[in-house]
Design a protein around this ligand. Structure first.
Ligand code: UD1
Ligand code: UDP
Length: 384
């Protein structure tokens, strides 16, 4: 049983669901979604054609961590009663993944942790994700680490080496699948561009050499002052660079939208080169990422995807559990400081040497074959 609940988990678990389903003679594959995200999860399920076997449908507007934890636990209890799979796979560091792992443990069902071993070693940054993944790692019997470094982190926590497999990140499997579709299907590309136009951004603006900065943000530890600083910095940049478009697909969390309205006003329309749009489905988002010149974000997944596309990423956080891309020079931490964000974006937009040094395409997160590795390993555990 694969269990997930938010947009990024769905993107990273979808190729794994598809890989398992290639082998119906070996696996009975079921999908349980918690629905921690509703609309943003459903966007991903639609794109990858996944119909969940179970849907806990837990999302409430403005939910807190207690709500999510409690609803996932009791919802999973009801599903697992009299219906125990041989293994439950959870992903990453969300509250869905930790609560689902705990629910599995309470039924003594072995847990496999996908994207295991990422660490900042600071339990409040990112919060609550660092503690979530440490707890999930403690519960899990099997650990699928994206990189050798994440394996090292687990070995240091006394996880036996034979229980860890380095696989690459499944997000690269998803990204390659999608990039291939966009690049080979001209009609699909055109229809995505049309969709973006309806969503509020006209990609034909980029044809005359205009550049695009793509922005996302949602981290809980940035709520309040952090997001106000971020918005003030973006506003300054839109004035400093009228020849550049700034596109921000907004996360649906109300805590992300309040500071945007505070800084940019109620309507968010007609802001010149600043475009606030609704969250994009994955294909359109990848298309925009590919058309952008740089990405400004606090996202985890985007730190893994954008380097593969050769796009510099400035990360609006103080820590990262993804140091591989920082080491390879394509990702840089800028925090939520107004001065730091404005100066680092300006340097990338103004100075081609700085830009070239960060824009090389590297892929420390895998070769797009993480899912076959995971499925092969689980086949050995369960079936042999
Ligand atoms: C969650 C994860 C975070 C992950 C992020 C990815 C936890 C604690 N947080 O944070 O690790 O990086 O997802 O985006 O697990 N909402 C909607 N529709 C949606 C999704 C969200 O309306 O489809 C709104 C709801 O008001 C919801 C709120 O956003 O209550 C917060 O959602 P929640 O999943 O609790 O937190 P995220 O900030 O999305
Ligand atoms: N993404 C998307 N539409 C958007 C913004 C992001 O499909 O409008 C994708 C993005 O490509 C990445 C994932 O969502 O794969 C990242 O999700 P998010 O930033 O919400 O979560 P995180 O990775 O930080 O946990």
């Amino acid at each position: 049983m694969l269990t997930f609940g938010t947009r990024p988990e769905a993107i990273k678990m979808a190729p794994l669901v598809r890989e398992f389903r290639k082998y119906p003679e070996k696996f009975k594959t079921t999908v349980c979604v918690t629905g921690q995200h509703r609309q943003m999860l459903d966007q991903v399920l639609d794109i990858f054609g996944i119909i969940p076997d179970y849907d806990l449908n837990i999302m409430r507007s403005g939910q807190d961590l207690y709500d999510v934890t409690a609803r996932v636990l009791t919802g999973m209890r009801d599903i697992l009663t009299g219906n125990a799979p041989d293994m439950i796979l959870v992903h990453g560091d969300t509250t869905t993944s930790t609560a689902a792992a705990l629910a599995a443990f309470y039924r003594q069902i072995p847990v496999g942790h996908i994207e295991a071993g990422l660490r900042t070693h600071n339990i409040y940054s990112p919060w609550p994700e660092e503690m979530n993944r440490q707890l999930t790692g403690r519960i899990a019997s099997w650990h699928f680490s994206p990189t050798p470094l994440s394996r090292e982190n687990l070995l240091r926590e006394n996880i036996p080496g034979e229980r860890i497999l380095v696989t690459g990140n499944t997000v690269i499997d998803a990204l390659y699948m999608v990039v291939e579709r966009i690049n080979t299907d001209h009609n699909l590309r055109k229809s995505l561009e049309k969709g973006l136009l309806l969503a509020g951004y006209d990609t034909s603006r980029l044809e005359g050499g205009r550049r695009l900065v793509l922005i996302t943000g949602h981290r809980r530890e940035n709520f309040g002052t952090g997001f106000i600083n971020i918005c003030e910095a973006i506003k300054e940049l839109t004035h400093r660079f009228p020849e550049v478009d700034f596109v921000y697909p907004m996360h649906l969390n109300p805590n992300v939208r309040q500071p945007i309205h505070k800084v940019f006003g109620d309507s968010l329309q007609g802001l010149g080169n600043m475009f606030f749009i609704e969250p994009l489905e994955y294909l359109s988002f990848v298309l925009l990422m590919e058309r952008s010149c740089l990405v400004l974000t606090d996202s985890g997944g985007i730190q893994e995807e954008a380097p593969g596309l050769g796009k510099p990423v400035l990360v609006m956080r103080d820590t990262t559990e993804r140091p591989e891309a920082v080491e390879s020079g394509t990702v840089r931490l800028v925090g939520t400081d107004y001065g730091r964000i404005t100066s680092e974006v300006s340097a990338l937009l103004n100075d081609s040497t700085v830009y070239e040094s960060m824009s090389k395409a590297v892929n420390p997160y895998g070769d797009g074959q993480a899912c076959p590795r995971i499925v092969g390993f689980i086949d050995k555990i369960i079936n042999q």
